[in-house]
Design a protein around this ligand. Structure first.
Ligand SMILES: [Zn+2]
Length: 224
């Protein structure tokens, strides 16, 4: 069986997290979110983790090259032998170059870059309507899944609040950052013929079906 070396891209609220979970379950792949693997490396006190911690302790950004080495350390482990799902890396063209080079050195290459798209208006509608209960974090949506009593959790009666991250102004800003950061990467991977686009406004099952069909086709092509 050929490898599935995947990168996930997509704005907040387009269902990228859900699709990542499905991919991980369907294909038994490890999931690498950059923040998580940096934290894991720091916790394990690996050589790279110690290096990263020094930057983090100073409040500095961890440099591209170091993040890339931490990612590659994972990708080169036995758990990722059949592939991996990368989320949150690369964020920039230099990072993408570094990753491509590192994979090539391992005799591997990316299978596909999956872009889960949703229009800004839809993202804003999805995220700004979210409400969480204060006690237990139960999730509601004003439009899609409203509580029976406005402003209170059905399960424990505690008041519902909106996360700062979900406030409309914040969502707009997150989208701006996303577009600024991601457009160059989308072009970059499109030019390499690796980009595959998916409609994140569809139901999660449908998106998952499209992704699976695309990956099946890519694998067939590879085996020919
Ligand atoms: Zn609750």
């Amino acid at each position: 069986m050929s490898e599935l070396n995947l990168i996930l891209l997509g704005p907040p609220g387009a269902g990228k997290g859900t699709q990542a979970e499905r991919l991980v379950a369907d294909f038994d792949l490890p999931y690498y979110a950059t923040g998580d693997i940096l934290r894991a490396a720091v916790k394990e006190e690996s050589e790279l983790g110690k290096e990263a911690k020094a930057y983090m302790d100073r409040g500095d950004l961890v440099p591209d090259d170091l993040i890339c080495r931490v990612v590659v350390e994972r990708v080169d482990s036995s758990e990722a032998r059949d592939g991996f799902v990368l989320d949150g890396f690369p964020r920039t063209i230099p990072q993408a170059d570094a990753l491509g080079e590192a994979l090539e050195n391992l005799g591997r290459r990316l299978t596909a870059v999956l872009l889960i798209e949703a229009p800004d208006d839809e993202v804003i509608r999805r995220l700004s309507g979210r409400r969480l209960c204060k006690e237990n974090g139960h999730v509601y949506h004003l439009e899609f899944d409203p509580p029976k009593n406005e402003g209170f959790c059905d399960q424990d009666g505690s008041p519902l609040t909106q996360r700062d991250d979900d406030k409309e102004e914040t969502v707009r800003h997150r989208l701006e950052v996303f577009h600024d950061q991601t457009s160059p990467l989308v072009d970059y991977y499109d030019q390499q013929g690796l980009l595959r686009r998916f409609d994140g406004t569809r139901a999660p099952d449908e998106v998952n079906g499209h992704i699976r069909a695309t990956l099946a086709t890519l694998r067939l092509e590879e085996e020919l």
